[in-house]
Design a protein around this ligand. Structure first.
Ligand code: WQD
Length: 349
């Protein structure tokens, strides 16, 4: 195993990978994973949804302070300067607005930012003959799936939010681009529910304002920042009436991006992979597991359903396992323990 690790790191050494949104939640964990796999990450982030101290934390974890540029990755002139300065061997594109609720209130912000940044980046990738492009997509493109677990052949469904629709539009842009430019390998990673934090507690999720997502709301309630968690409905046709989701540790998700850069993949075309654990957990199971693994209680009540929620969504992850050799390493308990470690150190900041 050690030989394989050394071989892989040697093979990847100095291969520069551009990571847009590299100071964000999934981006920062992916930067750590890239460094640990022998790649050299180059970050572009305009810090609208992230904090600069995360770069120092990446240095604390990896002993490498990543090169970072502060600008909006829709700016083609600035992109061109970076691609002229560095020979970029691959791109991982995270930078996008991602709040489902906000996208309903501000649709044009989402259409402009999420779509324009992708188009700008793809044009530069083609101009500089970059071979690999990994796009941050989401299980939200499936809408409310007809059956679970969801595999990559499931139909693209109706997605109520402009955020979800930008992911569907961006996937189509990637597909058409890969078809027209066969030297550009594009991989779409459809995330299920990213949760947790790096085991060190040095990097993690930084939700802006009141969290929309379950796990940061749970950790903030446990920390006394929120008074009470509302469980959005317990009358769904599931194991305990609450919604079921596929909660994947952010470090496992990060590793999936490194696996997607594997140069042994087929030349050209679009590859699509679900990135989830393959296991469904209900909201109450998440709350109970969080309480058990961290030995505390979370003040919560059952409330009304949240509009747009599907009863159950979890992944069939057999394709990424068989084609990229990726498997999740962490459990739900690990992720909820790491999420709490991160929340506690945030409180001390
Ligand atoms: C999970 C479950 C809620 C908060 C969203 C995006 C998706 C992806 C992941 C980016 C649901 C319940 C939540 C609360 C609750 N993001 N819940 N009380 O909606 O599955 O997916 O995040 O790609 O695109 O849509 O995640 O964490 O918001 O909700 O009961 O205070 O927790 O009803 O059943 P979701 P979530």
């Amino acid at each position: 195993m050690l030989f394989l690790t050394i071989f892989t790191e040697t093979m990847n050494k100095d291969r520069k990978i551009l990571v847009t949104g590299g100071a964000g939640f999934i981006g920062s964990h992916t930067v750590v994973s890239l460094i640990e796999s022998g790649f050299t990450p180059i970050i572009i982030d305009d810090f609208r949804n992230s904090e600069k101290f995360i770069l120092d934390r990446i240095n604390q974890i990896t002993a490498l302070h990543p090169i970072a540029y502060e600008f909006d990755c829709a700016d083609q002139n600035k992109l061109r300067e970076v691609f002229t300065e560095h020979e970029i061997g691959g791109i991982i594109h995270f930078a996008a607005d991602k709040a489902v609720g906000e996208s309903v209130k501000l649709p044009l912000k989402y259409y402009e930012n999420n779509i324009q940044s992708l188009v700008s980046l793809l044009k530069i990738a083609i101009e500089f003959k970059v071979p690999d492009f990994v796009f941050s997509s989401s299980c939200t493109v499936y809408g409310e799936p007809d059956k679970v677990p969801v595999d990559e052949n499931a139909p693209i469904g109706f997605t109520a939010s402009p955020y979800g629709y930008t992911k569907q539009v961006c996937e189509r842009i990637c597909r058409d681009t890969a078809y027209a430019y066969s030297n550009l390998k594009i991989t779409l990673l459809r995330y299920f529910n990213p949760i947790g934090a790096h085991p060190s507690g040095l990097i993690g999720e930084l939700p802006l304002g009141v969290p929309n997502n379950l796990v940061p709301f749970v950790t903030q309630t446990a920390a006394g920042i929120r008074d009470q968690l509302t469980v959005f409905g317990n009358d769904y046709p599931t194991v305990d009436g609450t919604c079921v989701r596929d909660y994947i540790h952010v470090c496992d998700l990060a590793d999936a991006h490194v696996a997607a850069l594997n140069p042994s993949k087929e030349e050209g075309g679009v590859n699509i992979f679900n990135v989830g654990t393959g296991l469904g957990s209900s909201v109450l199971e998440v709350v109970r597991t969080f309480e058990k693994v961290n030995n505390l209680s979370v003040n919560h009540k059952i409330g009304e359903r949240r509009e747009g929620d599907a009863a159950a969504v979890f992944a069939d992850n057999s394709k990424i396992s068989s084609e990229l050799g990726w498997k999740p390493k962490y459990t739900l308990s690990d992720a909820l323990a790491h999420a709490w470690t991160w929340q506690k150190q945030l409180n001390e900041k």
